[in-house]
Design a protein around this ligand. Sequence first.
Ligand code: SF4
Ligand code: SF4
Length: 381
Amino acid sequence: MTLASPLRKIHSLGRRFHQARMIARALKSRDHPILAHIIPVRRCNLACAYCNEYDKVSVHVPTAEMLRRIDLLSALGTEIITFSGGEPLLHPDLDELIQRIRSHRRIATLITNGILLSPERIRQLNRAGLEHLQISIDNVLPDEISKKSLKVLDKKLEWLREYADFDVSINSVVGAGVEHPQDALVITRRALELGFETTVGAIHDGGGQLRPLPDADRTVYEQIQKERKPGFWAFAYDNLFQRNLVSGQPNDWQCRAGSRYLYICEDGLVHYCSQQRGYPAIPLEKYTAEDLEREYWSKKPCAPYCTVSCVHRVAMIDLVREDPRAALTKFFPPPAHGEPAQFPLGVKFLSSLFLPPENGKVQSRATKAMAGAVKTVLGIR
Ligand code: SF4
Ligand code: SF4
């Protein structure tokens, strides 16, 4: 039986509240990681030709050790803990691990190839308290490069729509090596039809770096952007990072991997990201506030052409934290030279609440009171 619609809405509101609280805390202080990817098993049940993040033989990390790593991440203040792989659903105690994250009042999310999903497995993930699940779909029909195909996964997507009490997002890919660029558009349309969030990524090489995007892929990318009507962060992300990458241009940004983003491999070492394993490669139990501080500032030579979008998104929060008005102008650039930037209504409202007024004006008492009330509700006073 599916969850009654009102109950689903209440759960959805609860997730929005957790996300707002997470962003508020991340904006308030840079002393903790916002997001960590953790690998419960490196083995995968697929073998995508482009992938460097799996093997066919390794056993899962023992449950007691995974629980210890989750506790350590929570002690560092990590807001979101995401299981990645390999294929995380191959871990026999994944639900217990999700429950442990939730017991720390952190956000639990999962990246999966979706092959092992069934109605019962989705219900189990609901019960464990999963809050977000992402599936990346590479093509419409399976080929020798990838079996993560709409044809293979479509039934699973219908089950997710029917039974999932967590947010679902579907990622499609464009870029060199993708045989049928139009597939990304077909996948995005199907995901939108099912009511899921969508993202589109540019394919990267083994070092997380961009390969030049062919014209046909750029056309598809533009069409996807028109149809998916991205929300605030996705729209800002597109303006700030993706448009440059799609045009083959570098990005000028400070990667905060090792500080605001952590990648914990199956051996329990902290790395910058899946594409830069080996740096700094410190055991999680020895990772301290000094390490977080050092890596917040460390320059990564791979940054200009980096395509690791989750680390880009984390960096956006710190841009807002450091200089909110400058960040908003970057996120929503003026339409033409000399014209002022046009911010969406919601952004204008939040700016009026939380930013000091421009041009020396004084914030009204009512606005101050409302800002105070919101901070109290989010627990960041
Ligand atoms: S499903 Fe994911 S982890 Fe497995 S081989 Fe493909 S890309 Fe790699
Ligand atoms: S810039 Fe940062 S996220 Fe991107 S590949 Fe380098 S270390 Fe990883």
